[in-house]
Design a protein around this ligand. Structure first.
Ligand SMILES: Cc1ncc(COP(=O)(O)O)c(C=O)c1O
Length: 376
């Protein structure tokens, strides 16, 4: 296994804790332990007495019970808890893929979704989402990419980095296609529950496709990345068992305090996601106005879900702009080159409370450059 560096994560490792304004985060505004404990009387006492021994390798039963409520037809036994979504991606790929298998990956994407398959020696086809199609990947292209050795399709909706939300009909067709050809569908649903219109929420793949594996996490919609609790939910017992067997070689089990806090948060997940959606709605209207005011410099598709979007910078190199911005104003944007995307895009994040201040700094930076003859 030869893994190439994870560009986006290396970029965040360099900047995330050294800059004043994160204007490209993919997680929502977080909470403190105290905020979480305040949701329920007795929760603080419960945490104090929580046992710090090993936990169940598949995740505490009561946590899996809470996670299973997210889905319509999943039992707690069909949930496998991981340390973040990242561990689950790693273990899924290693559990199901062999060198020479063909894998189709919705792209651009979070790098591990294709990189791990590549490192195993799989043939990877990138199923490209394009700006000119308002970031919709083309189902006919997917059909034409299928091969006799296609073993898995990896999809992410709501999508990182574009904020694209697949329409119901396409999503059903995708699941039907995977089932028809006996292909495993790995559905990265870490931004689910952040649909701007709740009517657009897709069913989880595991609820409509018996072999599909759905990925969830505390980090994104609930803003609780520091818990490092993620999971897969699936009716596919053989895949789940293989992942569980591999987990004995990575983390064995999750952190006990994280499990109890995740369980508590999930009991109030509607309220937490609702608060995060409110932040997104407020910030998104500011961002939309910003892009309207700078229409000659940016091309943008208003997202339908999630905390991020992927605008295109016109007339100047995006890496150069991001560099100048972070150096002179302490505002971090993520250049699309971190996704190996060639289209001069950048990721913008808008689920943090201080986003209006960060946007203000960006505006000032652009104004100052316009005065000195740079970008308008
Ligand atoms: C689409 C997607 N999947 C998985 C992950 C990994 O999530 P976590 O950091 O909680 O493990 C991320 C993180 O940014 C992501 O955007």
């Amino acid at each position: 296994m030869q893994l190439t560096p994870f560009k986006l994560e290396r970029y965040f490792a360099r900047y995330e804790f050294n800059v004043k304004y994160l204007l490209c985060s993919s997680d929502c505004e977080s909470l403190s332990v105290g905020d979480l404990l305040a949701f329920e009387p007795g929760a603080e006492e419960g945490l104090k007495h929580h046992w710090l021994g090993y936990t169940e390798s598949s995740g505490a039963q009561s946590l899996r019970q809470e996670i299973s409520r997210i889905y319509t037809g999943i039992q707690p036994e069909q949930v496998l808890v991981h340390s973040g979504a990242e561990e689950a991606i790693f273990l899924f790929m290693h559990a199901v893929l062999q060198p020479g298998d063909h894998v189709i990956v919705h792209w651009p994407c979070y790098q591990s979704l294709f990189e791990i398959a590549r490192s195993i020696g799989c043939e990877v086809t990138l199923w490209e989402a394009r700006l000119e199609n308002r970031w919709a990947p083309d189902l006919d292209e997917l059909k034409h990419s299928l091969r006799s050795n296609t073993h898995a399709i990896i999809v992410n909706t709501p999508h990182n980095p574009t904020g694209y939300l697949m329409p119901q009909a396409d999503y059903q067709a995708l699941n039907a296609l995977a089932q028809k050809h006996g292909i495993l569908l790995f559905s990265d649903e870490v931004y689910r529950e952040l649909e701007y219109d709740p009517a657009d929420r897709l069913p989880s793949a595991c609820d409509i496709n018996p072999s599909a594996v759905s990925l969830g996490v505390m980090s994104k919609a609930y803003g609780l990345a520091g818990l490092r609790i993620g999971w897969v939910a699936t009716h596919n017992a053989p895949v789940q068992e293989r992942m569980a067997a591999l987990k004995d070689y990575t983390t064995i089990c999750s952190s006990a305090p994280s499990e109890i806090l995740a369980e508590l948060a999930l009991r109030h997940r509607g309220q937490i996601a609702g608060r995060n959606l409110q932040i997104i709605h407020n910030n998104l209207s500011l961002l939309d106005a910003f892009f309207a005011a700078h229409a000659e410099s940016f091309e943008w598709v208003l997202p339908k879900a999630g905390p991020i979007a992927f605008p295109r910078l016109v007339g100047e190199d995006v890496e150069k702009l991001c560099n100048q911005l972070v150096t002179s104003s302490g505002v971090l944007l993520l250049p699309g080159t971190m996704y190996d995307h060639p289209g001069n895009h950048f990721r913008v994040g808008f689920a943090r409370k201080n986003m209006p201040q960060a946007l203000g700094q960006l505006e000032q930076f652009l104004d100052a450059r316009a005065i000195s003859g740079g970008l308008a």
